[in-house]
Design a protein around this ligand. Sequence first.
Ligand SMILES: Cc1cc2nc3c(=O)[nH]c(=O)nc-3n(C[C@H](O)[C@H](O)[C@H](O)COP(=O)(O)OP(=O)(O)OC[C@H]3O[C@@H](n4cnc5c(N)ncnc54)[C@H](O)[C@@H]3O)c2cc1C
Length: 305
Amino acid sequence: MVRPTVPGADRLIGIRRPILTHGFVALVDYMGDDAAIVQAARVSYGRGTKSVHDDRGLIRYLLRHRHTTPFEMVELKFLVRLPIFVARQWIRHRSASVNEYSARYSIVPDEYEVPPPEEVRHQSMRNRQGRDEPLPGPVVERFRADLEQVAKDAYAAYTRALDAGVARETARLVLPVAYYTQWYWKIDLWNLFHFLSLRLDPHAQEEIRLYAAEVARIGAVVCPIAFEAFDEFVLGGLSLTQREQAALRRLLAGATPEVACREAGLPLQRADGRPRTTGEGVEFLEKLARLRSAADARATADDPA
Ligand SMILES: Cc1cc2nc3c(=O)[nH]c(=O)nc-3n(C[C@H](O)[C@H](O)[C@H](O)COP(=O)(O)OP(=O)(O)OC[C@H]3O[C@@H](n4cnc5c(N)ncnc54)[C@H](O)[C@@H]3O)c2cc1C
C-alpha cells in the first residue's frame, strides 16, 4: 500500500510563511487527506452509501451533522515561531500536542514584537478585550518607543545575568511577553477546525488571527474539500438562539427590529433608556446585519450591472 500524499502539501513542507515581525508558520508533516476522511467514514456507513454520496457530498454531510471522528483521522504538524503573548492564547487549546523551545536549555534570541502603528489603537468601548479606534500619532509613537526601550533594557538585563552565571531558567524572567518563542504543534483536523473557529473569529486578538489564517491556508492545501465545507458550514454558518428565532418570526410577520427584539425578550435599551452596546439583542442585530450584507452581496453578484 502506498502512503497517500498531496503534492501541493508536499511542496509546502518546511516553507516558513512569515507572520508578524519575526514569526512564521511552516508545515512540518501531515498524515491523511480528504480521502482519509472518506475512507474512515465508509467504515461506519459501509459500501452501500457509496452510490448515494460522492466524496465531497460525504464530507459535507459529515461536517453538517457533526460526525466528527473521520476528521480526526487527518493530522497536521506545524513549526511555529510566535510572540509569547500569542503563545499564551494558543496554548489554551489542549487538544493539540506541543513541544516548545526551552528557555531553560537555550538562550532566547533578541527578537521581540513591536506592533505596526496602525495596530496600536484605542481600547474598545464595546469589547473589553479588544481594540478599536485609531489613536493620535504621538500616543502611538510613544507606546512603540517605550516598548522598544523596555525590550532593549530587558535584553541587556538578560545578557548581564547570563554573563554573571545566572541560570538560563532564571535569567529569562526579565524578558517581556513581546519576546518570541517557538514550538512544534500537532493537531488533528477536527480539533484544528475548533481552534480555527475560535481564533479566526473577529473577537480573537488580531495577532493570533494572522497565525490562524496562515494555518488555515496550509490546512486547505492538505484537505481542500474538508476546508471548503468548514468555511461554508462552520465559519459561514449562523446559529440562532430560541429568543432570536422568536424575534425572527416577528420580523417575518412585519415587526420592526426594535419591536421584534423587545417582544422576544432581547432588550436593546438599558433600564435608564440608554441604548445597549452589548448583549443578546445587539448580537441579534449583528446577525441580521450579517444576513443582510450576505443577501446584498448575492444580489450584486446576480446583477453585475
Ligand atoms: C476570544 C477569546 C477570548 C478568550 N478570553 C479568555 C480569558 O479572558 N481568560 C481565559 O482564561 N481564557 C480565555 N480564552 C480561552 C478560552 O476560554 C479557551 O480556553 C480556549 O479558547 C480553548 O478552547 P477549548 O477549551 O474549547 O479548546 P481545547 O482545549 O482545544 O479543547 C477542545 C474541546 O475539548 C474539550 N476539552 C478539552 N479539555 C477538556 C477538559 N479538561 N475538560 C472538559 N472538556 C475538555 C472541550 O469540549 C473543548 O471545547 C479566550 C478564548 C477566545 C477565543
